[in-house]
Write a protein of this length. Structure first.
Length: 307
């Protein structure tokens, strides 16, 4: 029986993928790996193998992927570049040494289906994708560019908090299009899990072998439309006030842009330039074909989340 590994199998996307895989294949086929394996006890009771590993403790990666045939590698959770690239490569190398045959890698939807992006957050993804592409003599891969989560709207709206909302959202963008093809995170997890099981059942016929695909929502929303929906759900009139990047960097973000002690607010601001250039406006029907249904619309997700 081909073994499927997920690392990290906790957190938003990883947890969703693990959950949906457990409904698609026997739990005994799963090897779920996380920094806090105690969060995965429900799957252990079902028969999954649970292991401990941590990107930030490279020595734990050495044996993490033993026995895994197909690995779902979730990207390191930050928007640094150098550190992310380093730990991604360590995990990929460990997977190869352990005998993994195929890696699914969770990339991001900046850049659309091109190989360039002005978004700092995309830098490590592009280089990790390139690294995988250089290893096809040792391993096959599928890059899944996961669309921009509907639930991640606070990052793009200056950490807008619906429990304590400001009526004016100050960001280095005027709100006009092009915008974002928002997509529900759990539907990304479900679609990715379905992709993995499709590969495992018939690797020879899998059409995304050594390819990338883009999973997106089916409608593009400008940031102004995004904010209007937030206002409609909350029953408030919300607006965007465009500010300079320098002024954005000066705002109090409560450390939310800080990684390893470094404030990356200025680097994060490149995301708005990427949106302005249309990088997050690309739409494909891949998620609809994989799920065999229309994905949930942005406003529906937001109403369930905060309505």
């Amino acid at each position: 029986m081909s073994k499927i590994g997920v690392f990290p199998a906790a957190g938003g996307l990883g947890g969703s993928i693990a959950n949906h895989l457990s409904k698609l294949v026997p739990a005994s086929q799963l090897i779920l790996i996380a920094r806090k394996p105690e969060n995965l006890t429900e799957y252990e009771k079902l028969g999954a193998t649970i292991r401990k590993a941590d990107y930030d403790s490279p020595e734990t990666l050495k044996d993490a992927f033993k026995g895994v045939d197909t690995l779902m590698l979730i990207s390191y959770a930050s928007f640094e570049i150098e550190h992310r690239i380093k730990v991604h490569r360590l995990a990929i190398d460990a997977a190869i040494v352990s005998g993994v045959n195929h890696i699914f890698y969770s990339s991001l939807a900046f850049a659309g289906l091109t190989d360039t992006s002005v978004a700092h957050v995309m830098g490590a993804h592009l280089q990790t994708e390139a690294y995988l592409s250089s290893l096809t003599d040792k391993i096959s891969f599928t890059v899944v560019r996961e669309g921009i989560y509907s639930e991640s709207y606070p990052i793009y709206t200056s950490w807008f908090d619906p429990s304590s909302p400001n009526n004016e959202i100050t960001i280095p963008h005027n709100g006009s299009g092009p915008g974002v093809a928002w997509v529900k995170r759990d539907e990304l997890g479900e679609a990715t899990a379905r992709l993995i099981t499709s590969y495992v059942k018939n690797p020879a016929q899998f059409k995304y072998r050594n390819e990338k695909l883009l999973l997106t929502g089916q409608k593009e929303y400008s940031l102004a439309e995004t904010v209007a929906i937030l206002g409609r759900v909350l029953g408030r009139d919300l607006s965007i006030r465009e500010i300079s990047i320098d002024d954005y960097v000066k705002l109090e973000h409560g450390g939310l842009h800080t990684y390893h002690g470094v404030d990356l607010s200025r680097e994060w601001a490149t995301a708005w330039e990427a949106i302005r250039r249309g990088e997050t406006a690309a739409i494909t029907e891949d998620i609809k074909e994989i799920l065999e249904r229309e994905p949930e619309e942005y406003e529906v997700t937001i109403r369930k989340l905060i309505g």
